[in-house]
Design a protein around this ligand. Structure first.
Ligand SMILES: CC(C)(COP(=O)(O)OP(=O)(O)OC[C@H]1O[C@@H](n2cnc3c(N)ncnc32)[C@H](O)[C@@H]1OP(=O)(O)O)[C@@H](O)C(=O)NCCC(=O)NCCS
Length: 170
């Protein structure tokens, strides 16, 4: 898959992205806002493992965010299971060197329609840590609605946080 946005290209991960993935993802300021499955430190082995896993499209769609020919971030859709089969989650991260240029907003805005098309979903949600106002702002700019606050639902790096749930119905 390849989607051109005003500030980046969203495209499949490739084995030769491992070096740039390691370079940009290895940042505790990124990991602090991600679930614990996002490694910190982020090693070359983590990058190779992720890129192999991203090739399986059964329930997930993981794309690289490419800027100036380099994979500088990632955006993904994870389809939920069982009775939540028609829901999916969206997640994303971007190299700190690229923050504040609207790149994540363009990526989310462009991927949402593709996610509803790729999977038979009626609901796309994101659970944002209460310590992450910039990600909430990204979702608000993309038309997501703040649906719920799950109090004390998150423990990240030993700190108790609320989870703010944002949703798009396509
Ligand atoms: C969250 C993240 C993806 C945002 O990427 P980005 O490309 O810098 O985002 P954008 O430039 O599109 O938009 C950021 C918005 O947040 C705003 N913002 C930044 N810091 C803020 C703060 N402390 N409080 C409120 N708003 C803030 C910006 O002003 C901008 O809004 P604006 O366009 O109305 O001015 C990036 O910071 C990141 O990768 N963070 C670490 C990982 C992460 O949080 N992932 C999301 C988890 S679901």
């Amino acid at each position: 898959m390849r989607i051109n946005t005003p500030s980046s290209t969203l495209r499949d991960w490739r084995p030769d992205d491992a070096c740039s993935l390691t370079k940009h993802a290895n940042n505790p300021r990124i990991a602090a806002n991600m679930r614990d499955g996002f490694p910190s430190p982020y090693t070359r082995e983590d990058a190779d493992r992720f890129i192999s896993m991203a090739a399986d499209r059964t329930s997930n769609l993981f794309l690289a965010i490419e800027v100036d020919g380099e994979a500088v971030g990632g955006i993904g859709i994870h389809r939920l299971e069982d009775v939540r089969l028609r829901s999916a989650e969206i997640g994303y991260w971007l190299s700190e060197s690229c923050w504040g240029r609207g790149i994540a907003t363009d990526a989310v805005r462009s991927l949402v329609p593709a996610a509803f098309e790729a999977f038979d979903i009626v609901r796309l949600e994101a659970g944002i840590f209460s310590s992450n106002p910039s990600s909430m702002r990204v979702l608000e700019k993309c038309g997501f609605v703040r649906e719920a606050v799950h109090a004390k639902a998150i423990t990240k790096n030993g700190v108790l946080l609320d989870e703010v749930v944002y949703v798009s119905f396509g």
